[in-house]
Ligand binder design. Structure first.
Ligand code: AMP
Length: 277
């Protein structure tokens, strides 16, 4: 596995490789969910590039940024074993040479007003800024993202439209712990008890899916907000949306593809998950 810290070195190498490139951007603290994206990219491309960069501009909460887990040595080991061809590991200065104030607003419209857009102001603009920069650096043919970050997938799809890019966006399914909890780098910060309680998120999603034909969504919403709270979780939202547009829905609609999305905090650690209905 080759490791590059500078965009110029990365580009010189990739241009000479003359092959189809799959790209998996991450913030590190890698788990099997990340590695499933690498695996998918390896199957579909001549070369797989992974980046690890904890992007400061997408953290609306300074504490969340400071406490974001860093496990670089283990990450490098995992990527190497997974058969990743290139790891791009830039510094903040490499990605934001003019400082972080330089970032311009991206017109992601409605998507920025709901769910994580609403609860994490500025978050998706930071995501767009870094994904745009990383895409310019790597110039991949395909970009691999996880459906665990459902709204992020739609935001990046919009970004690709805004920048008129023909990069193919591939979204990959969510990998889960044995107890159903969606794998996440932030899970590293959970105690054994918190991890156990956090499984209530996936149980809620599954139960809503099961109960939905017979019970109005608003009732299920109330029931499972209480259920989450009974496991010491603080739900930020539990909402139903159109899976293609993320238009929020008040009840089930058999003519639409739908998704239920949850964000909840446990001891200040924010977890998100979703399930297609
Ligand atoms: P992150 O390092 O959290 O920014 O995630 C990097 C990429 O991995 C994003 O596209 C995520 O959606 C994806 N990802 C994170 N967790 C999972 C998971 N449990 N299953 C599949 N993909 C995931």
């Amino acid at each position: 596995m080759y490791l590059f810290k500078r965009i110029s070195d990365l580009q010189a190498f990739l241009i000479s490789s003359k092959t189809v490139i799959g790209f998996v951007p991450t913030m590190g603290a890698l788990h099997k969910g990340h590695l499933s994206l690498i695996e998918k990219s390896k199957q579909e491309n001549g070369m797989t590039v992974c980046s690890i960069f904890i992007n400061p501009t997408q953290f609306n909460d300074k504490k969340d940024f400071e406490k974001y887990p860093v496990t670089l040595e283990a990450d490098i080991e995992k990527l190497h074993h997974a058969g990743t061809n290139v790891l791009f590991l830039p510094t903040v200065n490499e990605m934001y040479p003019l400082g972080m104030e330089e970032i311009v607003p991206y017109d992601i419209g409605y998507l920025d007003t709901i769910l994580d857009g609403k609860f994490r102001p500025g978050h998706f603009n930071g995501v767009c800024a870094i994904v745009h920069k990383l895409l310019n650096a790597v110039r991949p043919n395909r970009l691999y993202l996880g459906e665990k970050d459902f709204q992020q997938c739609l935001v990046v799809k919009r970004l690709l439209e805004i920048i008129q890019s023909d990069i193919q966006l591939i979204t990959c399914p969510t990998l889960r712990e044995e107890n159903g909890l969606a794998m996440s780098s932030r899970n590293e910060r959970l105690s054994t008890e918190e991890r156990e309680n956090a499984k209530a998120i996936y149980i809620s999603l599954q139960s809503i899916k099961k109960e939905m034909p017979t019970t109005p969504f608003t009732e299920l919403q109330k029931k499972y907000v209480k259920y989450l709270e009974s496991y010491s979780l603080e739900p930020e939202y539990l909402l139903l949306a159109d899976a293609n547009s993320l238009e929020l829905l008040t009840d089930f609609n058999s003519t639409k593809q739908m998704v239920v999305l949850i964000a909840a905090k446990i001891e200040g650690i924010r977890l998100i998950d979703n399930l297609r209905i």
